[in-house]
Design a binder for this molecule. Structure first.
Ligand SMILES: Nc1nc2c(c(=O)[nH]1)N[C@H]1C(S)=C(S)[C@@H](COP(=O)(O)O)O[C@H]1N2
Ligand SMILES: [Mo]
Length: 173
């Protein structure tokens, strides 16, 4: 279902994707000082103490960013969603070829094979139209795809992976 050539064309045409490598990326992220909004578990304990990493908002903002402007079945009209591409997060964690389990605050969870992610889709959106999303508006983190860019982004699989109130990603292996 993810034909890369087709996807790239669709994404280029219809999505405003601003993927930029921030200075410092690939080196160490800032120390966590704020509240944890995302925890990654299932990592190699030799590389990460306890096999887990906790992120605050500032750490996410120090990673590569992308913006997807799209409508969705949950929102009215097009909105601009900004955050970290899933692929960039996986790259930062040195996780390749794995399936990740996305957990929401409400105990919803779903699996996502990283092989089915693109460079700039989906994103872990933490802002809608430049403002943080409160928990009651599907925040603080919502997995967003460019739904308007093509029918493959409007499949039930993609919808099921559009997890809102995301708070944990478990690397399955
Ligand atoms: N946090 C959270 N995200 C979620 C879900 C959920 O229950 N909780 N349901 C998923 C599923 S299975 C689908 S198909 C879509 C659409 O859910 P909706 O029909 O309730 O809007 O949201 C996805 N994201
Ligand atoms: Mo679903």
């Amino acid at each position: 279902m993810f034909d890369r050539g087709w996807l790239r064309a669709g994404v280029l045409g219809l999505v405003t994707a601003a993927l930029s490598t921030m200075p410092g990326f690939g080196q160490t992220l800032p120390q966590r000082t704020g509240p944890t909004i995302l925890t990654i578990t299932g990592l190699d304990p030799d590389a990460h103490p306890g096999g887990a990493v906790a992120f605050d908002l500032a750490m996410l903002k120090a990673m590569p960013q992308a913006t997807i402007k799209t409508s969705s079945i949950w929102t009215e009209g097009p909105h601009s969603f900004s955050g970290v591409p899933m692929a960039a997060l996986a790259e930062y964690l040195h996780v390749t070829d794995a399936t990740v389990r996305l957990h929401a605050i409400n105990d919803y969870s779903v699996d996502m094979p990283l092989s089915e992610t693109e460079d700039d889709a989906p994103i872990l959106a933490y802002e809608m139209d430049g403002a943080p999303m409160p928990v009651r508006d599907k925040g603080p983190i919502w997995i967003i795809y460019p739904y308007d860019a093509g029918a493959e982004y409007r499949s039930d699989t993609v919808y099921s992976r559009s997890v809102w109130q995301l708070d944990r990603i478990d690397i399955l292996r």
